[in-house]
Write a protein that binds this ligand. Structure first.
Ligand SMILES: Cc1ncc(COP(=O)(O)O)c(C=O)c1O
Length: 410
């Protein structure tokens, strides 16, 4: 049997997305760091599930429910393989990165005490910052932050001095959603483990661009969102080393997460089910499995390289113009092509609103990273984030809209 050829070009990938074929054929969607579009296999799986296959899972003793359970649990296995976890029980389903980070942060409340330190970076998305602030306020722990270098990379010398016996948690994005920089998390995870801290990696952007191997990274937890990785909204999850999962207390109580309940007390199931109270988004979960199947049909390194080539062109264009500050590292090493920029006269929102008139979708604002904006000395940036289906036409449309915006607004 011949092995089917993997998709290698953005044009081939794009053909699998109804979004680009139907009503939105003229749209240049460049806001993928916020959310990706969906291939037809994902949409069809959801459609088919609701038309023919729906029943609640984990409880039915009839075939329909058992089949739905099998498929949902099958996706847990797929996810475990996708991130190279040791076993499926190390994958917890949640609604996405935000819920995952809250589950982990609040799950550690009993482990944190006054005087303990939680080490973050100034470049975190609010989802990896606000829950820790809430947990710090509740436990008396203190938060410390790793700063950036002028090169928009984490300052490893400063980081070295921040790890100490007081550090109980180290939580950091794998890839910054604003800067597109891949942080050197292997080094930081090692430093955190050397002082006995839990390591939490916000992989919301990492899993989108990289072949994540949680065992090689040796992190305790790695979180992700389905909707950024070609899957539906409302589903995501996190990986946790099994022993570490056993140390977390559950954030939510209810059906499905218990072993037994009396009027006085309840006992909980082991991981992962103890973190999954209530009926989950079943259709979304099963369709996330189809997104993973889709990834298996892609030559991801080649498509990522095509992606990066578009971003490099954009950076070259911006560097050739007056008035721009481009928030990307000087070289492409460990950078995935998310381009944030600031113009000294044109506000980011004006750029984005103008681009919209040309059917170009880019994001403007603080990107849920206000402390990072503060550290960079800006209030907002325009962010362009291509993905595997973006083509030269998308970039050309963007460059044209930038050119026009400058002549009209500048
Ligand atoms: C780095 C990072 N962390 C966390 C999140 C939150 O993801 P979600 O809104 O899917 O929970 C995002 C979303 O943009 C992100 O980019």
């Amino acid at each position: 049997m011949s092995i089917p050829k993997k998709m290698q070009t953005p044009t081939e990938v794009r053909a699998q997305f109804p979004f680009f074929q139907d009503g939105q054929a003229g749209i240049h969607y460049l806001d993928n760091a916020a959310s990706s579009q969906k291939p037809s296999c994902v949409i069809e799986t959801m459609h088919r599930y609701y038309e023919h296959e729906h029943a609640n899972i984990h409880r039915g003793v009839y075939g329909l429910s058992e089949r739905a359970t099998e498929r949902y649990e099958g996706v847990r296995k797929q996810l475990a393989a996708f991130v190279h976890a040791k076993r499926a029980e190390e994958i917890v389903f949640t609604s996405g990165s935000t819920e995952s980070l809250n589950t982990i942060a609040f799950g550690l409340v009993e482990k944190l005490h006054p005087g303990d330190e939680i080490l973050l970076t100034v470049a975190e998305h609010h989802a990896n910052l606000v829950p820790w602030q809430m947990v710090a306020a509740r436990t008396g722990a203190t938060i410390r932050y790793i700063p950036l270098t002028p090169e928009y990379r984490l300052d490893l010398e400063a980081a070295e001095k921040l790890f100490s016996a007081k550090t109980k948690v180290f939580a950091c994005a794998h890839i910054s959603n604003v800067l597109g920089v891949i942080h050197p998390i292997e080094t930081l995870i090692q430093a955190a483990h050397a002082v006995g801290a839990y390591t939490v990696i916000d992989g919301a952007q990492g899993i989108v661009h990289l072949d994540v191997n949680v065992q090689a990274l040796d992190c305790d937890f790695y979180v992700f969102s389905g909707h950024k990785m070609l899957g539906p909204t409302g589903i995501g999850g996190f990986y946790g080393k099994y022993d570490r999962l056993c140390e977390l207390s559950p954030l939510k109580g209810g059906g499905e997460m218990i072993e037994s309940v009396t009027l006085e007390r309840s006992t909980f199931k082991g991981p992962p089910h103890r973190f999954e109270a209530g009926t989950p988004p079943i259709a979304e979960g099963i369709a996330l499995g189809s997104a993973l199947d889709f990834y298996a049909q892609l030559d991801r390194p080649r498509l990522e390289a095509a992606n990066l080539a578009l971003s490099t062109q954009l950076v070259a264009y911006l560097r050739g113009k007056q008035g721009y500050r481009i928030l990307v590292p000087a070289d492409e090493k460990d950078w995935v092509g998310i381009v944030s920029f600031h113009h000294d006269r044109i506000h980011a929102h004006d750029f984005a609103a103008f681009a919209d008139t040309q059917q170009v979708c880019v994001r403007a604002g603080h990107h849920c990273a206000q402390p990072l904006m503060h550290a960079l000395g800006v209030t907002a940036t325009t962010r362009v984030s291509p993905y595997l289906y973006n083509t030269q036409e998308d970039l050309d449309a963007l460059l044209q809209s930038l050119e026009q915006a400058e002549s009209i607004l500048g």
